[in-house]
Design a binder for this molecule. Sequence first.
Ligand SMILES: Nc1ncnc2c1ncn2[C@@H]1O[C@H](COP(=O)(O)OP(=O)(O)OP(=O)(O)O)[C@@H](O)[C@H]1O
Ligand SMILES: [Mg+2]
Length: 151
Amino acid sequence: MRYESHNEEETKKIAADFVRDLQGGEVVFLSGELGSGKTTFVRGIAEALGFHEPVRSPSFTIVNRYPVENVNIKQILHVDFYRIDDASEIPPLALEEEIGQPDTVTCIEWPEKAPSGMFVATHQIICHGGDPYVFTITSLLPQREGFPRLL
Ligand SMILES: Nc1ncnc2c1ncn2[C@@H]1O[C@H](COP(=O)(O)OP(=O)(O)OP(=O)(O)O)[C@@H](O)[C@H]1O
Ligand SMILES: [Mg+2]
């Protein structure tokens, strides 16, 4: 789905609508150039899940954790690989212990800095800056199997 946004508040509204479909365990890749709204989108996710403290790109720490109190979702893991220069810097972060946990929603900025296949996304959000900003959201979850169709 493609969404247009004219300001930060509209982006946070798109993020809040996106959150409605989350159950916990999701891994959201956010791709797009510098300043394309990735962190703003994550801020919208965090606010919609009840986290109201500042959300900034975890550029120097690589990982931020936001505790939240929802029925299923208790933590947002906000990862930003922008400053990763070498894949060997990733395993020490021990992210695999938390990513995909049923009580955690993981948001990864600059996922393409990690070797492909190291993390598996359930959702991909392609962000474009400009007038307007554009967010294209793709669910990568396997399609639920329906009843066999009669031809
Ligand atoms: N519609 C919009 N949605 C999101 N941000 C917007 C919008 N319009 C203007 N902006 C501005 O664009 C900037 C987006 O910054 P943001 O940190 O979210 O980008 P980013 O993709 O995370 O960048 P980086 O790659 O550096 O982490 C902010 O300064 C924000 O105020
Ligand atoms: Mg950012």
